[in-house]
Unconditional design. Structure first.
Length: 372
């Protein structure tokens, strides 16, 4: 704790003070609600609620570590900093998002298995007890994703589509992929096979018609060499300078290679990301509905493990489908699948094996004081 306060806390603060992050607040609410639900169900099933609070700690820490590790592995270049201490600060700063559900599932399961082994609890019955709580925590946690702007969807024109501020994860993604204008310019780096990736020269791909950039004489294929008198060597540098200037509400001066003049561009009217699917809301509703479903099913289960098997069947299916309208993960696996879709298929296979194991057992429940 002392090391975290000494090395990490100063990097979480901003000049205006210590920010209260919506993602971190919703994460706290999610964990508290999940533990409360598990303790309430444990009391009805004749299990000491204090034991559930202990179990929550055993699951929470490895769950967060697993969720963060999964995200860091996926997006490691985003966490690299100039010094090891700065990199460590970026790695542990989970208050601004950066947790993957499947990583938390893996970490939470490992923590639960260790707890079950230490306290001699019935494994499948304990999993059944905790499954609704995980889904409730997922539902609330996804609202934190909405506040943070991560786990976003594809662009759309639906009535309920949402936009996010400049500098949010979805806005940065749209800048990188040339889906939105910034100061009247599109300076994309992705896909790499088209634009060369983040280390390519900062070439203008498109100029917004009627914008100040067009009036200043900027044209596609011109190379940006400096922004606000700061050298721009790569397209990543250009994106960073433009995004941070826009967040600060500052005009920019752009110098083009081979041109003696400097284009001065005003801030212009406030601009947010393009409209996207609110996949965070879809995921929150999905988690809540699945939580209510397994809670309704639990009193009718006849064998330990049925509730867990139901979760391992339904959640991977819904997650697999949601991935088709999410835009934060590249489909890099097999026939255009994301890593979450691959894991969904693996979990469905695990669910099939679990069903076979459960139904080979005679009917009976380890926690049978009340059928809820």
């Amino acid at each position: 704790v002392g090391a975290a306060i000494w090395f990490v806390l100063p990097r979480l603060c901003e000049p205006q003070g210590l920010p209260i992050r919506g993602y971190g607040v919703m994460l706290l609410v999610a964990v508290s609600s999940a533990v409360a639900l598990a303790a309430w169900r444990a009391r009805r099933l004749g299990v000491d609620p204090e034991l559930i609070v202990t179990l929550a700690f055993w699951m929470f820490v490895p769950g967060i570590v697993g969720a963060r590790a999964f995200y860091v592995i996926q997006y490691w270049p985003e966490f690299q900093r100039a010094t090891p201490v700065a990199t460590l600060g970026a790695l542990v700063n989970v208050t601004q998002g950066g947790l993957v559900v499947y990583g938390s599932v893996i970490g939470g399961i490992l923590g639960l298995v260790a707890f079950v082994y230490k306290y001699k609890m019935p494994p499948l019955a304990t999993f059944d007890l905790m499954t609704p709580s995980f889904l409730l925590g997922l539902a609330i946690g996804r609202l934190g994703c909405l506040l943070n702007g991560c786990c976003y969807g594809e662009t759309c024109d639906l009535l309920w589509a949402v936009t996010f501020p400049v500098g949010s994860p979805v806005h940065v993604h749209q800048v990188e992929y040339g889906e939105t204008f910034l100061y009247g310019l599109k300076v994309p780096s992705h896909p790499p096979e088209t634009f060369g990736g983040p280390r390519a020269p900062a070439l203008i791909a498109e100029v917004e018609p009627g914008s100040a950039a067009e009036q200043a004489g900027l044209k596609p294929r011109q190379q940006i060499v400096s922004i606000n008198e700061r050298s721009v060597r790569t397209v990543e540098d250009a994106q960073w300078e433009l995004i941070h200037a826009r967040k600060a509400g500052e005009p920019v001066s752009i110098k083009i290679a081979g041109s003696p003049t400097v284009a001065s561009l005003p801030v212009g009217p406030p601009r947010r990301s393009e409209r996207v699917h609110p996949t965070q809301v879809y995921s929150a509703l999905n988690g809540l509905l699945l939580c209510l479903f397994v809670l309704a099913y639990a009193p009718f289960s006849r064998r330990d493990g049925e509730v867990l098997a139901m979760f391992l069947t339904l959640y991977p299916i819904t997650r697999f489908l949601l991935e088709f309208i999410r835009d934060d993960e590249a489909p890099d696996f097999g026939p255009g699948l994301t890593i979450s879709q691959v894991l969904s298929l693996i979990l469905l296979g695990c669910a099939a094996l679990l069903y076979v194991h459960v139904w080979m057992k005679p009917p009976g429940l380890a926690f049978a004081k009340s059928r809820e």
